[in-house]
Design a protein. Structure first.
Length: 178
């Protein structure tokens, strides 16, 4: 298991999370509706969620600007970024709204895992291991269960870049061996 290392704005090459557990606890405390669920988790479970969501958010986001250093593990800190109000964002920090968004996604991911695949197993009607076959219940069920950002997260991330809200088709070019 990777070590839990919080990005502090210096562009750590070993960073695995944008938020410390202590700060996540403080942010979670602000929302009375999810405080009990979050605080019931073990320290290890919180660390795992924060690491997972930090990486998942980076994987789905097209952040504005560019990485502050080429050696940093996560996408933030970034340079040449403005917030939604046109203010310059320091290239030596991870904006509070990014950290808050990570906590909100972690809390949302406690009850359901829609970040990794985008479609929960409840809409899969058949799985076949030999020759790998996966059949879905119906297109409507799949579309209804695709990854969607909680509204608060969309609001928090506004101005910092774009985040894909649903799985996209990935295509590959020809591979020619010589």
């Amino acid at each position: 298991m990777p070590a839990f290392v919080v990005e502090d704005g210096t562009g750590k090459s070993t960073a695995t999370s944008y938020v410390s557990v202590e700060e996540a606890d403080d942010i979670a405390f602000l929302n009375i509706h999810s405080t009990l669920e979050w605080h019931a988790l073990s320290l290890q479970a919180k660390q795992n969620l924060l690491m997972y969501v930090s990486r998942a958010l980076d994987a789905r986001a097209l952040w504005n600007g560019s990485k502050a250093t080429t050696a940093q593990a996560l996408e933030w800190p970034r340079k040449e970024v403005e917030d939604r109000y046109g203010n310059d964002v320091s290239d030596a920090s991870v904006p509070y709204n990014i950290r808050w968004a990570v906590v909100e996604l972690a809390k949302a991911n406690i009850a359901s895992d829609k970040l990794s695949v985008g479609i929960p197993t409840s809409v899969i009607s058949e799985v076949k291991a030999d020759s790998i076959t996966v059949k879905y219940a119906d297109a409507t069920a799949v579309a209804a269960n695709q990854f969607k950002l909680p509204e608060i997260v969309s609001d928090l991330l506004r101005g910092y870049g774009t985040v894909r809200n649903s799985p996209k088709k990935v295509t590959f070019g020809k591979v020619i061996r010589t």
